[in-house]
Write a protein that binds this ligand. Sequence first.
Ligand code: CUA
Length: 323
Amino acid sequence: MDNNKTVESLVSHSGALTHNVSTFLGVDSLYLFIFYCSVALFIAILIVSARFIWKYRKRSGYTNEGVTQITHSTKLELAWTIPPLIVCLVIFAWGFKDFLHMSVAPKGSEEIHVIGKKWMWQFQYKNGTTSIGELVVPVNTPITLVMSSEDVIHSFYLPNFRVKRDVLPNRYTRVWFEATKTGTFQVFCTEFCGDGHSDMLAVIRVVPNAEYRKWVADGGSVGGDDMPLDKLGEKLAQAKGCAACHSIDGSQKVGPTWKGLFGSSRKFVDGGGVVADENYIRESIEKPHLHVVAGYGPVMPVYAGLLKERELAGLVEYIKSLK
Ligand code: CUA
């Protein structure tokens, strides 16, 4: 995704980011309850302050002779202790109930593995289907995400679903949610994880159950079999996270631009070089660490085994088309 596209996609989604489309509605109500309690307290403090500032303002001819020092008022202290305590206990009980609800997934929920890496989200389904940049889930079904990172700490954030949890290397973290509406929603990374952090995006697509079963059984294909290869490649470049690091307009990003790449001579960090042909592009996608282009770091994830033959062909044809 080039930067303009990223911004466009965020803007087009941002209006809807506040909609809750999961069963975690309680979080919103609790948030509003705390918010309105704070507003009420703020206004009360302002009124009392203003009243006292006026009442005890310095007047001409004022002396403090005969002023008694008040050290204690049991009534007042009870008044500012007990009502706030009750409000805090209500917030605690309410929050604890919601916390338990969000922490414990219902039995038999559908498990999907989430892998975070610089800079993309990869989703793995039980039957071996793998998807990059697109999490497809069935509507009205509890989903548990089992998450881990291949490198640094990331954070999986689904604002519409009120779901956010750190994704750590060498440890699994879990979240669950249940989508209540079909549609496409934005996924963010909210832990600063390096150059491509702000491009570490994905979408979650909530579909009817039958469509979900078919999608998983078909291996999570992007685009129909009749889609022209270069169009398929263009879709994949977005869906698989390529566009986060490779521009198509010649601009510099984390990886080399794809514009004019095909047929150009490449210089490698180890001093070697090659003219970019189909085999070179394929190798760079599947085993990018073998020949790193001079001026770039060995940061691209390995895609070997993650793309189908037709998808590789699509990406190669798309790169070829970017003259
Ligand atoms: Cu991954 Cu920020």
